[in-house]
Structure formats: C-alpha cells, structure tokens
Design a protein around this ligand. Structure first.
Ligand code: HEM
Ligand SMILES: N[C@@H](CC(=O)c1ccccc1NC=O)C(=O)O
Length: 309
C-alpha cells in the first residue's frame, strides 16, 4: 500500500482543532493564563518600554508652547520643530557619508546622500503647508517672536558648514549660546563633504591641485580651474570610474535640493511678510535672495559649460 501523503492524513486524532473542539476546550487558549500574561506585560510596560516611552512622546509633545492664543501659531511651531528633527537626521547622515568617503567607501556614502536628498525633498514640500498661513494670520503673533529667527538655527548652520558654506561670521549670531558657538567652531574646522570628495579623488589618482588640498578648510572653497579640469575628465569618460561619476551627480542633486529649499523659503517669506525686514535683523527677502547665489560645488556646475566643446 502506498503511504498516505501527510496533507491527506486524518488529523482529527492528533489535532484538537481538526476534531471540531473550540480552542478553549482544546486547551489551545488557557483564558486564565492569557489574562495573567496580558497583566504581566502590562506590568512590564510600567517597568520598561512602551511606544510613548521609547519615543519620549511626553517630552516631544509637550514642547509646543504657543505664546498667543492664535489658532495658527501651533502650525508655525510644528513646522519649525519638524524641520529641526529632520535637520538632525540630515546632519547625522552627512557626517556618516563623509566618514565613508574618508574610508574610500563610495557605495555606503551614496546611500546616505540619497537619504539626505529625500529628506530635503520632504522639507521642500513642507513649505506648501506653511504657505496656508496668510499675512494677516502671521501678523497676529509675529510681534511676539521678538528677535528670534531662523538665523539662530544651529543645525541649519552646521549643515551649511558641512556642505562647504563656511561663513565664520555667522558664529557671532550665537554669542548668547556658547555651547552652540563651540559646536559650530568645531564643525568649521572639519572638512566639508566636498573636501572629503576631493581628497578621495586625489587618492584615486586624479590631479586635484595641491593648493586646493592644502587650503585653509575653515574658509569656503572657491572655484578652481584645476578642479574643473578633473571633473572634465570624469564627465568625459564616466565608464572609467563609474562610482566617482555617480558621486558627482549625487552632489549635484544635493546642491539642487538645498537650493530649492532656500528658494521655497524665499518665496514663502515673500508671500507672508513681503519686503518687511526680518526679525533676525536682516533686510529679509533681499538677504534671502543673495543667499541663493552661494553655490557649494562650483566646479560641478562649471564643468557643464565645457562638455561637448
Ligand atoms: C512665516 C514663515 C517664515 C518667515 C516670514 C521667515 C523669514 C525669514 C527671514 C526674514 C529670514 C532672514 C533672517 C532674519 O532677518 O530674520 C529668515 C532666515 C531663516 N529662516 Fe525663515 N522664515 C519663515 C519660516 C522658516 C521656517 C519654517 C524655517 C525652517 C526651520 C526657517 C528657517 C530659516 C533659516 C535657517 C534662516 C537662515 C537662512 C540663512 O542664513 O541663509 N524659516 N527667515
Ligand atoms: N524671521 C521671521 C521670523 C521667523 O520666521 C522665525 C521666528 C522665530 C523662530 C523661527 C523663525 N523662522 C525662520 O526664520 C520674520 O522676520 O518674520
């Protein structure tokens, strides 16, 4: 006799459910034990971790303290806090990408930069939410903001430094907050993402000029024709070092996203306060417009004019 296949065997002898018993009768659910277990995990939750505990939601969600009763002030606070949270991640990913570049690990560096790019995309889309705030709604609580301003965002400045816009003078904005000023001074002394990439290119045998490699890295990088020539080689034959070419394009994406964020900030400010001066003491819109001219990776744009000539 041929053996019966396991899935055709009569399971009622061994499987209580197949014998038509209710789960409790079958002994599969021991109600008392289940209740005891639930109570146990409830007690354990008091002792250790639950959702709110892990995420420190009590702290996070009690940190929105509007200065007025105006309905729209909560939106203003939430947008800024959400931006600061994302900036925290962006700075973390940027530093990690830089460490990978220093270790000649382009793959993981690109993965982190791709994440940064997507976060920036979210921050760009977020401006549409803030743009629902009308000039008169904002005017109702703007007076309460005093001289506080995005100027004083230490994480934003840190990101700008890591991207290479090393405007030392901005550290003076943090005279009232020495911890923030110290942190920025330390970041100013670190190589920028671009510095790390140019170092990697030099190690890969590209002819990055010594004057660029040896420059004072606490100052912003300025356009150098020797670096443009290096990118000319890379863009002329991407297949020769494909990962290097991909890194160039990732940096262009990053610059593009960052500039788009700046541009959306400018346009949102324009529609909400027009040409009023800023609370932080700048001219407002004209100041933000000038910031759009600052470019992080100038040679990656300069090289495009040479392609095909
Ligand atoms: C009603 C909304 C907003 C208005 C009217 C506004 C206005 C301004 C103005 C006028 C400045 C120039 C500095 C000053 O004099 O204050 C500035 C700078 C800045 N704002 Fe805003 N802003 C708004 C929303 C935001 C949001 C949501 C963020 C996100 C965190 C932000 C981040 C920044 C940053 C980082 C700077 C410094 C930019 C730089 O130095 O290039 N702003 N903002
Ligand atoms: N600079 C803004 C004020 C402002 O937007 C702001 C105020 C306090 C905290 C963050 C702010 N956001 C960005 O500048 C203004 O001039 O209205």
């Amino acid at each position: 006799m041929s053996p019966v296949a396991p899935d055709q065997q009569d399971r009622s002898a061994t499987d209580p459910l197949a014998a038509n018993l209710r789960p409790v009768e079958a002994g599969l659910i021991d109600t008392a034990a289940d209740v005891e277990e639930a109570a146990d995990s409830g007690r354990a939750l008091i002792r250790d971790l639950d959702y709110a505990g892990y995420l420190h939601l009590q702290r996070l969600l009690s940190a929105q303290e509007p200065l007025t009763d105006h309905h729209d002030e909560l939106l203003f606070i939430v947008i800024h806090q959400a931006t600061e949270l994302w900036l925290k991640l962006v700075v973390h990913e940027m530093r990690s990408a830089q460490e990978h570049l220093r270790a000649d690990e382009i793959g993981p560096a690109l993965k982190r930069l791709a994440r940064v790019k997507h976060v920036l995309r979210q921050l760009i889309d977020q401006w549409a939410v803030l743009a629902t705030l009308t000039p008169s709604e904002y005017a109702e609580f703007r007076g309460k903001l005093g001289r506080s301003s995005g100027f004083q965002s230490v994480q934003y400045r840190e990101l700008e430094f890591l991207l290479g816009n090393k405007n030392k003078a901005m550290i003076a904005v943090f005279d009232h907050d020495q911890a923030a000023a110290d942190r920025l001074r330390a970041t100013l002394a670190e190589p920028s993402l671009y510095d790390d990439f140019l170092d990697l290119l030099a190690r890969r045998g590209y002819d990055v000029p010594d004057r660029v490699l040896q420059r004072d890295r606490t100052a912003p990088h300025t356009l150098d024709d020797g670096v443009t020539a290096v990118f000319g080689r890379i863009y002329g034959a991407p297949e020769s070092q494909w990962d290097v070419y991909e890194t160039c394009e990732e940096l262009v994406d990053l610059e593009d996203s960052f500039q788009t964020w700046r541009f959306r900030h400018l346009k949102t400010v324009e529609r909400i306060i027009g040409f009023k001066p800023g609370t932080g003491g700048s001219s407002g819109v004209p100041f933000l417009r000038r910031a759009l001219d600052l470019t992080f990776f100038p040679e990656l744009y300069a090289v495009r004019a040479d392609i095909g000539n």
